[in-house]
Design a protein around this ligand. Structure first.
Ligand code: PLP
Length: 382
């Protein structure tokens, strides 16, 4: 008899043909890392490590049960309070990951009879939540607020509740959402607006609160999601908003209700990171200055970096094979720059994704620019 798992071989062969097989690896630690989302260089900061160490000694490693069953431990409560103050929100719901926070928020807010309008380049966790929710999902062209407005004008009356989903900073393109228009559209059509600040928190805005804050709109985003695992160097995700929104979410979001809480040490590390974000604005200022200079240098050399604005700089190469070959050449030169392929990005838009962090030196960035300008990579830039 055939093994009922034999079908996997055909699927794998097709993926291989398309250059889409992915494999886990432990990269050589000697490579200069342009693949990490540790934008502020906090993941290895001794202050986070000692905060985690102390919390683990005092409260143990595991959270031991889901928060509504066991209750929080003190580091969770301290983190939630600190996040609410930071976000100037009435309340915050803490999730095991940013993925869980997005999924949980979306499924708590809409269901059958409702509609979701999502930017085409929204993070996968928002789209998975949208599919699970049972609401009708409609995707609008990337950053096209005018189009969204036209669609809502036609369709808004047919739906009970409407939810607009967008990343604040798009994870694979590094551009900012048109939040001035999106907040106005949400208000005009009586739609809920969720902004995922996974790549904005700690990096953008005068106070490090993200893209909405950079655009002066933080108070007009009623549902904000963030992660603790990127610029904050830890693990976990959160939703910030009004007390009634958060009380509703913790009562309705399955990933909150049915999942064990973060290790108290992860919460303590994130709490320390939040303090550093507030006390050391020069970290994000330097990061934005350096990444802006790198993007400008690449553009002046003819690279297509789209509307990237910040530490995420994509270099579009088109086909998956070109992106893989370029990543391989950079790796041989000592640089870890990931090739991003479908389905993470739309077909025909495979790219290198450079992620600049506060841990990079000027020399690291100059070395990357020199290697990228090698004709074998520049020739493939479409
Ligand atoms: C990484 C990411 C998430 C998920 O966050 P995790 O904490 O890693 O689960 C959500 N949204 C966006 C835009 C992301 O890039």
């Amino acid at each position: 008899m055939n093994d009922p798992l034999d079908w996997i071989d055909a699927v794998t062969a097709e993926r291989a043909r398309l250059g889409l097989i992915r494999k886990l690896a432990v990269p050589d630690p000697a490579l200069i890392d342009f693949a990490s989302n540790d934008y502020l260089g906090l993941a290895a900061d001794p202050r986070l490590i000692s905060a985690a160490h102390e919390a683990a000694l005092q409260y143990g490693w595991g959270a031991t049960a889901a928060p509504l069953v066991r209750g929080w431990k003190p580091p969770h409560e301290e983190l939630v309070d600190a996040l609410a103050r930071f976000e100037q929100a009435e309340a915050v719901a803490l999730f095991p990951t940013g993925f869980a926070a997005n999924l949980g928020a979306v499924v708590s807010l809409v269901g059958a009879g409702d509609a979701i309008y999502a930017d085409r380049l929204c993070h996968a966790s928002l789209i998975e939540g949208a599919r699970l929710s049972g609401a009708r999902l409609r995707v609008y062209p990337h950053a096209d607020a005018e189009r969204l407005s036209a669609i809502l004008k036609r369709e808004r009356p047919a739906h009970r509740r409407v939810l607009i989903l967008t990343d604040g900073v798009f994870s694979m393109d590094g551009d900012l959402a048109p939040l001035v228009d999106l907040t106005a559209i949400a208000e005009r059509f009586g739609a809920m607006l969720l902004v995922d600040e996974a790549h904005g928190t700690g990096v953008f805005g005068p106070d490090g609160r993200g893209a909405a804050s950079a655009l002066g709109l933080a108070e007009r985003v009623p549902i904000k999601v963030g992660t603790l695992s990127k610029a904050l160097g830890s693990l976990g995700g959160f939703v910030a908003g009004s007390r009634r929104l958060i009380d509703h979410i913790i009562n309705h979001a399955p990933p909150f209700i049915y999942s064990t809480g973060l290790p108290p040490a992860a919460a303590a590390a994130a709490r320390e990171a939040l303090r550093i974000v507030q006390d050391e604005p020069e970290r994000r200022e330097r990061l934005l200055r350096r990444s802006g200079a790198l993007a400008a240098a690449l553009r002046s050399n003819g690279f297509q970096t789209g509307n990237a604005n910040g530490p995420i700089i994509p270099i579009r190469l088109g086909e998956s094979q070109s992106a893989l070959a370029a990543a391989e050449r950079l790796r041989a030169a000592g640089l870890l720059v990931p090739a991003i392929r479908p389905p993470t990005v739309p077909r025909g838009t495979a790219r290198l994704r450079i992620s600049v962090t506060a841990a990079h030196t000027e020399t690291d960035l100059a070395g990357l620019a020199d290697n990228l300008c090698d004709p074998s990579i520049q020739g493939a830039n479409s």
